[in-house]
Design a protein around this ligand. Sequence first.
Ligand code: SF4
Ligand code: SF4
Length: 312
Amino acid sequence: MNTTLNIKKINASIREFSQSLGFEDVGFSRADRLHDLEKPLEKWLKNYCGKDMRYMEKNFELRLDPRKLFEGTRTVISLSFPYFQEDEVRLHGFKIAKYAYGKDYHEEIKKKLRKIEDFMRLHISSDISIRSFVDSAPIMEREWAKRSGLGWIGKNSLMLTKRKGSYFFLAEILVDVDLSEAVSLAKDYCGDCNRCIEACPTEAIVAPYVVDSQKCISYLTIELKEASQADKEISRDKWLFGCDICQEVCPINGKPIITEEAWQKPLPGFEAFNALNIEDLDQEKFDILFSKSPIKRPKFEGFLRNYHLLKP
Ligand code: SF4
Ligand code: SF4
């Protein structure tokens, strides 16, 4: 769309509005095909993509080029949203990833993204085409966050920012207006550090910056539907859902931003689950206890399998 805008001013107002909704960093990059990632992505899909993530292959071109995902896209806006909290939640003594303590982030962050969309329509033009995503579309979100200057991709393959670490959700807004900014890419501060590689209990970080999803506890406890004997033999190291080890050991996460959002506080269903005898957990109770939580992702059967692998 053709429009004359004071990009600096409009981006500052989008940033300010997004931050008022709880987003931390916001960056703007020109939409383009990620040519440099074509070979690495191909290699990763061939060698390290778990069988229940094969759907990623279908959208190969869309993943590389957001203009194919959403026609007319000229700018990718990357946003980060903190989720760290100090308390540790355990379910029957087992650990769950911190991002899953509260309500499902897809729904909660999407509500906020819609507000930003409305804000942009109001302040740019009601005619703009705009789409937003939070971990819900074939888009290389870490690469776009890197390109827009939010941080660097660490050896554990997560987005890191020097002062704020990696406990963030990433979201994207695609828009058919050029709001791109000149960006200084963040320096990679991983340096000689290999703590995440050394601490990973399943040796899933097969090389710096490369995670074999087939060995990663996050994949095994969330995405994997039917576990083979080999999958079962991989130690879950007390993790019932997801895994935070490569974030916990990362020195960059020394002083993470602590979330103030009520929806991210541990859900009451967790306490109720802990009071329950696991033998009494059935589909109906599972649905009630975890209906608002990301924990429902592996479904009742997957959740129970994870539990029994940890406590046979
Ligand atoms: S999430 Fe856990 S299993 Fe996966 S790479 Fe990190 S430390 Fe390893
Ligand atoms: S633990 Fe070290 S190598 Fe791994 S992501 Fe953090 S800084 Fe980088």
